[in-house]
Design a protein around this ligand. Sequence first.
Ligand code: GTP
Length: 596
Amino acid sequence: MKNIRNFSIIAHIDHGKSTLADRIIQECGSVTERELKTQMMDTMDIEQERGITIKAQSVRLDYVKDGEHYILNLIDTPGHVDFSYEVSKSLASSDGALLIVDAAQGVEAQTIANVYLAMENNLELIPVINKIDLPAADPIKVAEEIETSIGIDATDACLVSAKTGVGIRALIDAIVDRVPSPVGDPSATTKAIIYDSWFDQYLGALALVRVFDGQVKKGQNIKLMSNGEEHHILDLMYPHPLKRIKTNTIECGEIGIVVLGLKEVSVINVGDTITDAKNPTAEPVGRYEPAKPFVFAGIYPIDTDDFEDLRDALNKLRLNDSSLSYEPETSLALGFGFRVGFLGMLHMEVVKERLEREFNLDLIASAPSVIYEVYLNNGEKINVHNPSELPEVNKIDRIEEPYVKATVITPSIYLGNIITLLISKRGTQSKMTYLNEDRVMLEYEVPMNEIVVDFYDTLKSISKGYASFDYEPLDFRVGDLVKLDIKVAGEAVDALSIVVPRNQALSRGRILVKNMKEIIPRQLFEVAVQASLGSQIIARETVKSMGKNVTAKCYGGDITRKRKLLEKQKAGKKRMKSIGKVQLPSEAFMSVLKMD
Ligand code: GTP
């Protein structure tokens, strides 16, 4: 145990985590230069394409310093806010963390959020200033920012370039010197935390564990402490970037992969504790909390015949993503589909894209919604995940909505615009800190409803891309909220209902019907688009009828042009959904959240 070092790498997106991880792996000689394909640790296609890390990956490395052999367990963490649950479990399995900050960009919102998580886990933090090869690098200024914003000493920060390799050996030496070796009782009974899980098509469900007491043995019968389920360990492996190395035991303080031969990953929950079935430990490693979805949306097949295929696809996706939750839902407008819970907006996009791409489905997603806690006059409390399910106004005593703590870091020249934006989102300031004369850190309490869509894009556009943003859930608070309904050609479209603050209902209603008017293609008849609060119509627009047949403009003569036009219309229809007699394009369902 003395020579084991378990450490994570935490950073804001794009500050170079994956590149640095590759560089450390290469320096330790676990792979040769030839084998080092860039960003080896990002294994999913979608991760490589988007350049983000979705699932935490780990590697076990060998390193020799001053003639002494060390085992370095590197735990890569996903950097995005949506996946902070995975970040926190990876951190719970580490004894130290490298805090990577980009030498040209400085501390960003996600840096701060990750540091808080690392401090909660009592990790030894090693500040690392990366990208010192860049002409705009200013390591001294960045070190000061780290001290001002986080309050840790950054005078001995490691200066590296993951790109050129400068400083990497000194960094690994610092890991050996500064990250404490694991503590634990090797002679006690088995106690290990699951900090990641995924599905392997040959081996079934796999759990990545960190052993805190005793050891995990091949052939052992183990118990999952969250639900008491017992399983048999078929095999054990150490994680390696290119291959998995088999072992008979994972010792106290080590990390490793447990093969349970299960067909579903849903039984293996991140954060759960594994112990011996016959001789269980008394207390789990920390409290287990199931991943909590924050954002919900309806997902429907465009072609109603694809419903069973969608169910099948969701089941398969859940094999690899235990944070995905869903249940069947019917919409008058959209037919049969599922209400799916997501960890955040990026998670939603990734899931939708994977469903469409990997399972070849044409889908409509309804506008995402947060959870509302609705207190009824009869004393009952219900959780509403779908605006169309909000009870009638006269039954409601009050509605509480979720709030988040939002952290924004920005160059001070954009401060005015950003504060205006946060106020328009019903935010209240809790803190403002100048990191130096030209960068500011803001903390605001904001209703989550206001930031689930659009906020990030608006923030980026008003700060020319320079402001960074992160959030964490805070609590539920009373809001003066109402449900805004939309009718198309006289028919209420349940999937278009949204919850808005009462004093914004009129303006939102107007914008909404105007946007819908732009999106709905002309039909053979006039279509009214109305916004209503209960039975009261508050806004209306009309989509004019197209009058004559569109093909008429081909002058009746050129038959190939005519056919081409009809084919184009047919292809377009695939992305349309019929609401009564009206064809609605799929983007109409997201457009309800557009603010302008
Ligand atoms: P996520 O996984 O999305 O959170 O990003 P990351 O933090 O893993 O960043 P990644 O390693 O993907 O690096 C982001 C970009 O910075 C890539 O284009 C890298 O090539 C570049 N980069 C990383 N390290 C360095 C460095 O030391 N110098 C320079 N010039 N570029 C670097």
